[in-house]
Ligand binder design. Structure first.
Ligand SMILES: NC(=O)c1ccc[n+]([C@@H]2O[C@H](COP(=O)([O-])OP(=O)(O)OC[C@H]3O[C@@H](n4cnc5c(N)ncnc54)[C@H](O)[C@@H]3O)[C@@H](O)[C@H]2O)c1
Length: 260
């Protein structure tokens, strides 16, 4: 098991990609703190993981609240004694034309997708630096769930696109600042993955689905489990020389210029 004895906090883990990551981490032996603002979904996932023989607890936390971010890290330490992996996965979208976008909607998305990642990462890294390193020397890993929209753009997803671009820079700046202290910081930038968020944001009708698939050389949506397997790799010692970079499981999207 690649994550045995590791303690992992996953935000936005009640459903979608975060839930798939929680299942995969637990299956690889990690002790997982499932965190979300959705208490019903989060506690139900914890029961499911326990029934499958895994170890997980739930902690309700709004990633945009500093107090919640600190409480989340404390929850991991109280239950499992330390913290090895933070997966900053919570994310929201808001569709609007640039001209009509309201200031509060811009702030709301940036608060969760960017400031939330910063607050959770700062609380997590402070804990990682305060605890003894694991055998093998690593002190911890922070994984930021970015998007292909960090480097591409969707016209009516202004704050989302901006937040993911900035999240990639958070990955880089944290990575270089923490490299000599044994903490790796990496990102995952998925293409179109079959989740509730995708349905809300872009899969609003058949034409939208056709348009997305025409921009996806593999000709299908990704599954949350396909992202989770990459998260497991990044959290594990198999990725011991990887920091400051974002991997893009996107079915070939970023390699495509246009369809002939
Ligand atoms: N689905 C995709 O196609 C896709 C593509 C690229 C990137 N992503 C990214 O992957 C991550 C997960 O996306 P998903 O598709 O699973 O979304 P989802 O909407 O299915 O799940 C997101 C979860 O985050 C939680 N959440 C929202 N606000 C929160 C807050 N303030 N604090 C804590 N939790 C909060 C929600 O309750 C929900 O459980 C997001 O960061 C998203 O931007 C998704």
């Amino acid at each position: 098991m690649r994550l045995s004895q590791r303690v992992a906090v996953i935000t936005g883990a009640a459903q979608g990609i975060g839930a798939a990551c929680a299942r995969a981490f637990a299956a690889e032996g990690a002790h997982v703190v499932v965190s979300d603002v959705n208490e019903v979904g989060g506690t139900s996932l914890v029961r499911e993981i326990a029934a499958a023989g895994g170890m997980a607890v739930f902690c309700r936390a709004d990633v945009g609240e500093k107090h919640d971010a600190e409480r989340l890290v404390a929850h991991a330490v109280d239950h499992f004694g330390r913290l090895d992996v933070l997966l900053n996965n919570a994310g929201i979208v808001h569709a609007a034309d640039f001209v009509d976008l309201a200031e509060e909607d811009f702030d709301r998305v940036l608060r969760v997708n960017l400031k939330g990642a910063f607050l959770c990462a700062q609380a997590a890294v402070r804990q990682m630096l305060a605890q003894p390193p694991r055998d093998g020397g690593g002190r911890g890993v922070v994984i930021n769930m970015s998007s292909v929209n960090a480097v591409l753009a969707i016209a009516n997803q202004v704050p989302y696109t901006v937040s993911k671009g900035a999240l990639n820079q958070l990955t880089k700046v944290m990575a270089i600042g923490l490299a000599d202290r044994g903490i790796r910081v990496v990102g995952i930038g998925p293409g179109s993955i079959a989740t509730e968020l995708l349905k809300t944001a872009v899969l609003t009708n058949e034409a939208a689905k056709t348009r997305i698939l025409s921009r996806t050389p593999m000709g299908r949506l990704g599954e949350p489990a396909e992202i989770a397997r990459i998260a497991v790799f990044l959290a594990s010692d198999d990725a011991s020389y990887l920091t400051g970079t974002t991997l893009y499981p996107d079915g070939g999207r970023l390699a495509l210029n246009y369809v002939m």
